[in-house]
Design a protein around this ligand. Structure first.
Ligand SMILES: CC(C)(COP(=O)(O)OP(=O)(O)OC[C@H]1O[C@@H](n2cnc3c(N)ncnc32)[C@H](O)[C@@H]1OP(=O)(O)O)[C@@H](O)C(=O)NCCC(=O)NCCS
Length: 165
């Protein structure tokens, strides 16, 4: 089951975010050390800000009542025609149950009524995520760029357009 985070659930969000970075460091530009260095007060502020903002959609995935995944959608504050997907992750034990597809489908529905296109970046070696995005209509654009400074990994931008909006 997929649903928006509620304002008081920042501990759940923080734990999932740190688990994601520990589990899949090559899937994200930000590192576990950077997120662990956040002051405690940053976590409720981030989640509550996101929940309250019409330009954000932090989504939680649950399996048998347990929090096992999440994703965050964010409309560009300087270009209201585009939204971005950040932080997509599902715990290993919950993978291949359709939760990744459910999270991304919910974000697409949200974005389709707000913006002209939804964009994300995926590490070139991340076959499973790329396949998921392709099945949902995302297409690559532009040249791959380094995942982060000093990393040999490169990421590819992908987008889905909403022409009928
Ligand atoms: C990518 C990820 C979110 C997919 O989550 P998931 O819940 O397993 O995805 P789903 O069960 O909804 O799978 C949907 C589709 O994605 C593709 N897919 C997912 N995992 C796959 C794998 N290991 N191999 C091949 N295709 C895969 C398939 O097309 C699948 O459809 P199918 O099961 O009908 O064949 C998950 O593997 C993950 O968290 N990976 C680590 C973090 C990460 O890569 N995040 C993305 C950053 S851009």
């Amino acid at each position: 089951m997929v649903r928006p985070f509620e304002p008081g659930e920042w501990r759940i969000y923080r734990d999932l975010r740190l688990r994601a970075l520990a589990d899949s460091p090559d899937a994200f530009a930000r590192t576990l050390a950077e997120e662990q260095a956040q002051p405690d007060a940053a976590w409720p502020a981030r989640l509550e800000g996101g929940v309250a903002s019409s330009g954000d959609l932090p989504l939680l995935a649950e399996l048998d009542g347990e929090a096992v995944g999440f994703v965050w959608g964010h409309v560009d504050p300087e270009d209201a025609t585009v939204a971005y997907v950040f932080q997509m992750w599902v715990a290993r034990k919950a993978r291949r149950h359709g939760l990744g597809r459910a999270l991304m489908s919910a974000l697409i529905d949200w974005a389709a009524s707000r913006v002209d296109r939804l964009e994300l970046s995926v590490t070139l070696t991340n076959e499973s995520a790329r396949r998921l995005y392709e099945t949902l209509g995302f297409e690559p654009f532009g040249e791959p760029v380094p995942l982060r400074a000093g990393s040999p990994l490169r990421e590819q931008n992908m987008r889905v357009r909403f022409p009928s909006r």
